[in-house]
Design a protein around this ligand. Structure first.
Ligand code: DGL
Length: 231
C-alpha cells in the first residue's frame, strides 16, 4: 500500500509520522507544496484546484490512498477531490465540539470560515502569518515566539487548546508556556488511527519515504524533522 500525504510545507510531517507509527503503509510519498504556501490565506476555489492537482500528482506517482496533512485543505477541498480522483482521500477536520472548558481554538483564517458553530466558552484565534513563520524557521522558534506571544497573552486561563493547523503543532512549547493549564488537542493521532482502520493492514516497520517539493527542495531538513517526530 502506498499512501500519499500532502500539505503546504512541514506541517503535514506530523501526520506522516503518525501514519508511520501506526504502520499504515509500506511506502509513503510526501508532497510538500511550498509553491502554494500559505494555504491558510487562500480562498476555497483556489484551494480546491491546488488539492486536485496534488491528488492527481500523488495518484500518478502510485498512491493508492491520499491523506491531507492539513486542516485547511481538508475543510475546503475534501468533498471536491473525493468526487474527482480514484484513490480514497482522508482529511483532518478540526473539532471545536470536543472543547468543553474555557478553550482556545487556533486555525488558519481560511479554516475558520468552515468551522461549525463555536460555543461561547471557546475563543477563536486565526494568526494569519503563523504557518509561514513556523515553516520558515523550524526547528528554530525565535520568530514563532515573537509573533505568537502577544497574541496568546489574553488566554492564560484556558483549560484547553485545539491546534487546528498542522504547522501549529511545532509551536506547542510556546503555546504551553502561555497556556500552562491547557490540555492540547490536534486530531492527528485520531486521523492516523482512522486511516489505519480503513485501509488494508500493513505491518511494515521500515517503509520507504519519497519527498516531492513544488517549491524549494529541502529533503535533508524534512527527513531530519520527520526522524525527530518518530522518536
Ligand atoms: N498546515 C496546514 C493546515 O493544517 C496549512 C498551513 C498553511 O499553509 O496555511 O492548515
Amino acid at each position: 500500500m502506498t499512501v500519499g500525504v500532502m500539505d503546504s510545507g512541514i506541517g503535514g510531517l506530523n501526520v506522516l509520522a503518525a501514519l508511520i507509527k501506526n504502520r499504515v503503509a509500506d511506502r509513503y510519498i510526501y508532497l510538500s507544496d511550498g509553491a502554494n504556501l500559505p494555504y491558510g490565506n487562500k480562498g476555497g476555489g483556489a484551494l480546491k484546484e491546488i488539492a486536485l492537482a496534488g491528488c492527481r500528482d500523488l495518484a500518478e506517482r502510485g498512491a493508492n490512498a491520499i491523506v491531507f496533512g492539513c486542516n485547511t485543505l481538508s475543510v475546503s477541498a475534501l468533498d471536491y477531490v473525493r468526487k474527482r480522483v480514484v484513490p480514497p482521500v482522508f482529511g483532518l477536520v478540526p473539532r471545536p465540539d470536543l472543547l468543553c472548558g474555557r478553550a482556545l481554538m487556533m486555525t488558519t483564517p481560511t479554516t475558520a470560515l468552515y468551522l461549525p458553530k463555536i460555543e461561547k466558552n471557546v475563543s477563536l484565534l486565526t494568526p494569519a502569518e503563523l504557518a509561514s513563520v513556523i515553516d520558515g524557521e523550524y526547528p528554530k522558534s525565535e520568530a514563532t515566539r515573537a509573533y505568537l506571544s502577544p497574541l496568546l497573552l489574553p488566554y492564560g486561563d484556558c483549560e484547553e487548546a485545539y491546534l487546528g493547523c498542522t504547522h501549529y503543532l511545532y509551536a506547542t512549547e510556546v503555546i504551553k508556556r502561555f497556556l500552562p493549564h491547557a490540555k492540547i488537542y490536534d486530531g492527528v493521532e485520531h486521523l492516523a488511527a482512522l486511516v489505519r482502520a480503513v485501509l488494508p493492514p500493513s505491518e511494515s516497520k521500515n517503509p520507504s519515504i519519497e519527498m516531492v517539493f513544488t517549491g524549494k527542495k529541502q529533503v535533508e531538513r524534512y527527513l531530519s524533522v520527520l526522524s525527530s517526530l518518530l522518536k
